[in-house]
Design a protein around this ligand. Sequence first.
Ligand code: FES
Length: 167
Amino acid sequence: MSNRRDFMGMALGAFTGLGALGALYAAKKTWEPLPSVKAAGKAVIDLSGAKEDVLNTEVWRGKPIFVMKVSKKNPAYKDNRLVKVGNDKFFIAIGLCTHLGCIPTYFPDKGKFICPCHGGQFDAAGRVLKAPPPKPLVIPPFNVKGTKIVLGEEGEEYKKMKAAKLV
Ligand code: FES
């Protein structure tokens, strides 16, 4: 019985993984990646060319990472989950819904993410606007270096956010 349950768990895990990969591939066609360099579990992303309210998606440690320069007219602009880089504010988050792991789609005209699986919604700071997601999109460890961010490194800004339970 427990073997069967293990098998079912594994099969479901594999199925979910394949689904996520498929969605990742489909979404990739519409992504606008920023220049990035990956090495040793880290990714260095150059934010200098980012356009306001245009979602960029990177892949880091097999996960989609949302990166977006948030404009002053975006309702999320003053949210303390945004990361200050120079004079700009960026939304950085793991692009997996906190409900069951689907990849939410960003709608620039609405200024929000809508999850295709069960209709959960997030604002441009990753906060939940509509259930079922139980918590905001997760902010990965990052370090700001000039106009670049290093994913996979815990910089001062990230540590402060972590202490404030924002990540
Ligand atoms: S996985 Fe996103 S709402 Fe269910």
